[in-house]
Design a binder for this molecule. Structure first.
Ligand SMILES: [Zn+2]
Length: 77
């Protein structure tokens, strides 16, 4: 049986066995990075990254998008 195919959000690499990938869950207020786990990867709106470098690309974009936002001053938002 063929498993789910995951695609890196940054480089579009596809893998059916992305054991060393990372999963990111994020919203306006928080960003959570997880080591690869299928239960994390399959959650709604999970983002998938083929390695640390591409996870960091996404994290940098996320920070930039909130640069200057007053919401950042409230860690519980
Ligand atoms: Zn990638």
């Amino acid at each position: 049986m063929i498993g789910t195919i995951y695609k890196c959000e940054i480089c579009q690499t596809e893998s059916s066995a992305p054991n060393r990938w990372y999963v990111i869950h994020c919203s306006d207020a928080r960003l959570q990075v997880c080591k690869w786990a299928s239960e994390e990867a399959d959650r709604p709106h999970a983002l998938h990254f083929c390695g640390e470098a591409h996870a960091q690309v996404y994290i940098s974009r996320w920070f930039e998008s909130f640069c200057g936002s007053p919401d950042l001053r409230n860690p519980h938002a």
